[in-house]
Design a protein around this ligand. Sequence first.
Ligand SMILES: NC(=O)c1ccc[n+]([C@@H]2O[C@H](COP(=O)([O-])OP(=O)(O)OC[C@H]3O[C@@H](n4cnc5c(N)ncnc54)[C@H](OP(=O)(O)O)[C@@H]3O)[C@@H](O)[C@H]2O)c1
Length: 286
Amino acid sequence: MKGMHCVVTGATSGIGKEIARGLVEAGAHLLFICRDRARGEATLAELGQGGPPTALRMLVADLSVLDDVRRVADEVHSQLPRVDVLVNNAGTHDLHPEVSADGFDRMIATNHLGPFLLTNLLTDLLERGAPARIVWVASESHRSVLHMDPYHFAEPGSYGPIGSLSVYARSKLLNVLVTQEIARRWTPQGITANAFCPGLVSTGLTRNIPMGSTLFSLAERTPLVRSAAQGAEQALRLAGDPSFTTRSGGFYSTVPGAALLPPALHRYRTGLQHAVWERSAELVGI
Ligand SMILES: NC(=O)c1ccc[n+]([C@@H]2O[C@H](COP(=O)([O-])OP(=O)(O)OC[C@H]3O[C@@H](n4cnc5c(N)ncnc54)[C@H](OP(=O)(O)O)[C@@H]3O)[C@@H](O)[C@H]2O)c1
């Protein structure tokens, strides 16, 4: 991946940091987007040791805030001649509902609407990088969504820790549906998109769960839970393996046995993919 221009969101922690590390080690020019400048600078220092300064850059944006996404997309345009790989990794699992600056459920804004807008605003740079790849860090949890309303998925609601699981799952189904819609829309421009599930990974995602970090770091010593570096492996394959250059619209699970399961209920509903895309575009104002 020497000299390739890669953009990764949420590289300050967990799976995203390991994806960033893997890309830097493979010789890519990495620009990462983070929401906290101090954590971003710590990541720059950790990943940048020894490399040329232009090979590793950061920009700051809260992806749940659409104005921030628009600003950071402009900044990416001023920093990069093209984008060869975009990894939409940043994500959150809020146990209680929060409202985003634009009035949406914040978990849906962070996991879906912000990345959706960013991806659309970077299309011209991706076209210049063609064959270019988009990688979405989704989740097997998308299977659990029984009903998906393509017109009402972003409104703030009320839920507790148990209900939050279904909102998180919905956000990950949105990632999968958008991946499939990109495959249909942007293949002629030489842009592919694939989503994957990293498995159950011990990361900051569990920081809001009482005792979550302690339980996960104990479980990390068992085969049940993976390290962030293991969780990043499939992303690095989708980003760089030549066998994925033209494959698009796939969902690749790394969960043992998941390949034996039938596809999720909503995966092949092209009408739903289209409707979700159109509604998302309307909500983010493009
Ligand atoms: N861990 C798992 O078992 C698992 C399983 C399936 C899928 N995933 C997916 O993997 C992805 C990475 O999560 P992770 O497990 O590595 O969790 P993590 O350690 O919490 O990392 C999440 C990253 O996203 C960033 N982020 C969160 N909200 C943001 C916002 N509003 N704007 C910009 N950046 C934001 C975080 O920044 P800060 O450092 O500032 O918090 C952090 O860098 C997520 O999309 C998640 O849904 C995880």
